[in-house]
Each structure stands twice: as structure tokens, then as C-alpha cells.
Design a protein around this ligand. Structure first.
Ligand code: PLP
Length: 412
């Protein structure tokens, strides 16, 4: 194994693969076992006890049962932890399962039932916290309001940066200081470990909806939390009993996707810069939410986040009508929720991802969110341009970009 400290692109390609040569294989192995042969009652029981307590399998006891532990998932976790510079990571069946485990692990185990959450947040997270369905009470506030919102029974502070969907940047270090020792969970889904490592600024838990950039191809639903060993044990205890372990095929796809994460994120970011700059000059657009275009009053770009990322939101002068025209008029973008994949998506947060959010915190009806992919940015711009000029109700052109390929023609 190479011992010197590798840079992030090398870590992305090699992390979690350290033993492959020893195993005599080149690709990541997948273990789909739902149960495991027990070497004996005593050792199997020791393993079971270790995992129920949030630990790893006993050396001789094996994994026992696929809801408790899976080696393919553990490989992905170790790779992601290296990319986030944390001791370890715990992977879940979705980002929301990860958030649920974080809430339960911090509130139920400590007996403290209060959470402070910095808005805006992803609609599902906001809904989960506001509903109180996990038995915790949440106070929503701004980043500046965290200190005042704390109570003696506060168990967790939650924030997203950049926030979904307005791309607001939150100063992680400032919130950690204001939290006065209460663990801070940072949702790093939009930034990815390529652009931001929240643990370096004091975050106790770094959450990803791995469904997004980590997977990158729109074919996995998953979540992961990078953290220290003690926090991981608490999260695994919840994961084991609530049955929220990530499926090994998902873990394999995520691990495979990590290798291209740095180049995907940087290329998508370059495309987003071009699209955001174009949108900022368009007469139908009253405001572009993009960290590099006036969205960084606190000067966090460069200091906390290495680049502006590949998510953009726009406020349309024509409000909801124009939002409907744009989302139904595009052909190269897909009108769909989710984000972070190689193909560009567009959606209307107030109607969809942020629908369950309380009215006072819901995004405006004229706000549309774009996830910029790996297409040629000029094609993306042309698609948005034709959709913005399309009269209301006119059928869209599903495939405006490529010309038909003739037999015998060379195509790259
Ligand atoms: N966090 C953010 C920022 C998200 O955008 C999402 C989903 O869109 C989630 C968490 C939830 O993740 P999942 O859909 O994988 O459960």
C-alpha cells in the first residue's frame, strides 16, 4: 500500500481497493449474501453482540446477517470516509434514512429531544424535522440565529451548504462555534467531497444523499454519513434495528462512481458556470442563485468551498406560468426531481421537492432549479433559450440537439 498522503483524485480512484491485489482481483468484489454461515454459536453470538452495539463483526464470528453488516457496503464506506477526511462512514438505503438515523442516534440515545435546523433545507429534511414524527422538536432559524435557538436539551444542529434550492452558503465554522459543543450535521450533497469537506470546519456528521453526485448516473438511491468512530457506532445501532443498511449492489455502483467523481464534478461545474452566466443576461430571468454570481456575501468560496458547484436556481419574471413553460418546454434537460447526475435535470421546487415545506419557508413560485450535467453547455443554453421563448402550451421538441446519424457516417 502507498503510505504517502494522496491527493483527492488519486484517493477517489484507489480508496477502498487497498486489498484487491492481495485478493487477486482487479474490480470491486460484490457480496450479495443475505445471511452468513456461522462458524460456531459462541463466535457467531459475539459477532452479533458486537454489531448490535454498533461495532464491526468479531474477527472469527463473521457478518452473521445482511441487515447488520455487508463487506461491499463497508468498502464504499471506507472510501467515502477517506474522501471526507473522517475516521469512518455509515451508509444507508437513502439520504432520508441517513437523516432519520442521525436524528434518532443523537436524540433518543442522549435523552435530549431538541434539534436546531438552519433553513433553507431540502424539502424532505424540512418535512421530517417539522413533523416531529421521530419524537424530536425542531426550532428552525437562520445561521445567525443558531446560538439563540439552542436549549439545554438540544442534541443536534442541522444545516445544508449550499442549501437546496437557493444555493445559499452557510459558514460551517461559525455555526459550529455557535453550537457550543452540540454536534453539527452538514448536508454536503450539493458540494460533494470534491468541493467541500465540512469535517475540516468542525462538523461532526457529513451527510450525503448519495443518490445525487456520488452515484452520478441516476440509478441508485442511497445515503451516507461520514463521521468519527463513536458517532458511527450510534448510527450503526440505529441502522441495524431499523433495517436501513444500503443494498450491496448500490454500494458497488457508488464505489465505482467515486473514481470519476472529481472529473464529473469539475466538468459539470464548468458547464454550470457557462449556463449561469448566460441565464444572468436573459431578459426573462430576474435573479440567478449561483454562489459565484453574488451568492457568496460571506466570502466562503475559496475559503470553505473550492468552487460554486453545478446547481443553479433562477427566479423567472413570469412567475409560475413561465416556470411551467420552461420546465415543459425543454428537450435536452429532463423535467425531473433529483440532481447531480451526468445528464441535466430541471424542476420546480415549490411544486415538488419543497412542496411539504411550511408556506413561509417555501421557495417562490417563479423559482426553477437546474442540475447541470455533462452535455455541451452550448446545447444546454440553446435548449433553455428555445424553452423560454416558447408560447405557453406549445408542444416541446424532445430532442433538439443531435442531427440524425446517417448510415456509414463517423460519429464520436
Ligand atoms: N439532502 C439533499 C440536499 C437532497 O437534495 C435530498 C434529496 O433530494 C436528500 C437529502 C434526501 O436524499 P434521498 O432522496 O437519497 O433520500
Amino acid at each position: 500500500m502507498i503510505s504517502r498522503r494522496l491527493r483527492i483524485d488519486s484517493v477517489a480512484v484507489h480508496a477502498g481497493r487497498e486489498d484487491l491485489v492481495e485478493l487477486g482481483v482487479h474490480a470491486l468484489p460484490i457480496d450479495l449474501s443475505s445471511t452468513n454461515p456461522l462458524p460456531g454459536i459462541e463466535t457467531g453470538g459475539l459477532s452479533y453482540e458486537a454489531m448490535a452495539g454498533g461495532g464491526v463483526p468479531h474477527a472469527e464470528g463473521g457478518a452473521v446477517y445482511g441487515r447488520l453488516w455487508n463487506p461491499t457496503v463497508a468498502r464504499f464506506e471506507s472510501a467515502l470516509a477517506r474522501m471526507e477526511h473522517t475516521e469512518t462512514a455509515v451508509a444507508f438505503s437513502s439520504g432520508m434514512a441517513a437523516m432519520t438515523a442521525a436524528i434518532l442516534a443523537t436524540t433518543r440515545e442522549s435523552g435530549r429531544g431538541h434539534i436546531v435546523a438552519v433553513r433553507p433545507l431540502y424539502g424532505g429534511t424540512d418535512h421530517l424535522l417539522a413533523s416531529g414524527m421521530l419524537g424530536a422538536e425542531t426550532t428552525f432559524c437562520t445561521a445567525e440565529g443558531v446560538a439563540a435557538a439552542l436549549r439545554p436539551d438540544t442534541a443536534l444542529v442541522v444545516l445544508e451548504t449550499p442549501a437546496n434550492p437557493t444555493l445559499e452558503l452557510v459558514d460551517i465554522g461559525a455555526v459550529v462555534a455557535a453550537a457550543r459543543g452540540v454536534p453539527v450535521l452538514v448536508d454536503n450533497t450539493f458540494a460533494t467531497p470534491i468541493l467541500q469537506n465540512p469535517a475540516a470546519f468542525g462538523a461532526s456528521m457529513v451527510l450525503h444523499s448519495a443518490t445525487k453526485y456520488l452515484g452520478g448516473h441516476g440509478d441508485v438511491i442511497a445515503g451516507v454519513i461520514a463521521c468519527d468512530q463513536e458517532t458511527a457506532a450510534a448510527l450503526r445501532r440505529v441502522r441495524a434495528v431499523t433495517g436501513a443498511l444500503l443494498h450491496p449492489l448500490g454500494a458497488y455502483l457508488l464505489h465505482r462512481g467515486l473514481a470519476t467523481l472529481p472529473i464529473r464534478v469539475r466538468a459539470q461545474q464548468e458547464n454550470a458556470r457557462r449556463v449561469a452566466a448566460w441565464l444572468s443576461t436573459h431578459p426573462s430571468v430576474s435573479r440567478v442563485h449561483y454562489p459565484e454570481l453574488g451568492g457568496d456575501p460571506g466570502g466562503l468560496l475559496g475559503r470553505q468551498m473550492k468552487g460554486p458547484g453545478a446547481m443553479i436556481s433562477v427566479e423567472l419574471r413570469g412567475g409560475l406560468d413561465q416556470a411551467g413553460r420552461l420546465t415543459s418546454g425543454v428537450g435536452l434537460f429532463t423535467h425531473a426531481v433529483s440532481l447531480g447526475g451526468v445528464d441535466s435535470l430541471i424542476q420546480h421546487p415549490a411544486a415538488l421537492t419543497h412542496r411539504p415545506v411550511a408556506a413561509e419557508a417555501r421557495p417562490s413560485p417563479g423559482l426553477v432549479r437546474l442540475s447541470i450535467g455533462l452535455e455541451d453547455p452550448e446545447d444546454l443554453i440553446a435548449d433553455l433559450d428555445q424553452a423560454l421563448h416558447r408560447p405557453l402550451g406549445q408542444a416541446r421538441d424532445r430532442d433538439p440537439a443531435p442531427a440524425p446519424v446517417r448510415a456509414g457516417a463517423a460519429h464520436a
